[in-house]
Design a protein around this ligand. Sequence first.
Ligand code: IPE
Ligand code: MG
Length: 262
Amino acid sequence: MVIPSVPAAPRARSSAPSPRPGDGPPRIPEGRLPGHVAVVLDGNGRWATGRGLPRTDGHRAGVAAVLDTVDGALQLGLRHLSLFAFSTENWRRERTEVGEVMRLINAFVTDHGDWLDQRGVRVTWSGERGRLGADMLRGFDAFQARTAGNSRLDLTVWINYGARDELWRAARHLALDSAAGRVDPALIDAETFSRYLYRPDLPDVDLFIRTSGEQRLSNFLLWQSAYAELLFTETLWPDFGRHDLWAAAVAYSRRDRRFGGH
Ligand code: IPE
Ligand code: MG
């Protein structure tokens, strides 16, 4: 199902977002709010080329959309937000584009770290560290440590992440622990397995959003999204923001989740 895009509200798309006075989030009963929202940010390239701009401008505009969405998540009272910033497959893109995305991810901390920290956002980076630069990892680790005590919103930025990658690494690690006698293979169950994922402490995804009209999961949080409600919107990521997140949360609150029951 694709929901029509919500008309974009006029807002500054430059740096830190500023909500308009009196512009509040929808009231959603506590139990109907998604605990963990995962978003596949898609459409940056099309947003830029549609304007005759280089694709990298789309990624820059995408950062402003991230900030507006995070601010909207804070206003809504979301607990966990996962953003798919860079996949294990994204390395296939042109070098200049990959370089610009990495630069923007780095700049995210430098330019907006204070803003995130002051608002009580705990930021965690998840994914396979191997291919990322040492400087980048040092910056991530330092910022992660700085915000570790924050508890208003748990924001996970997934970089160099692929669900199959995560799952085979978990399986290999578990197999090694079994072979070493640290785990009894006969007792392995879903709970044991999930302890080997990148973020064992993260609850399952309740609401999985993808922008830009594509209706695919694209290898994002496959284990964690087993029972997620899926929501696809035509809105291109740079046009996405707090109002779209709120509309998605309202749509979610009206869904009937049965988890295989009746
Ligand atoms: C998402 O937008 C970018 C990343 C998260 C790296 P795209 O770059 O995939 O945009 P399209 O799909 O080409 O429009
Ligand atoms: Mg894309």
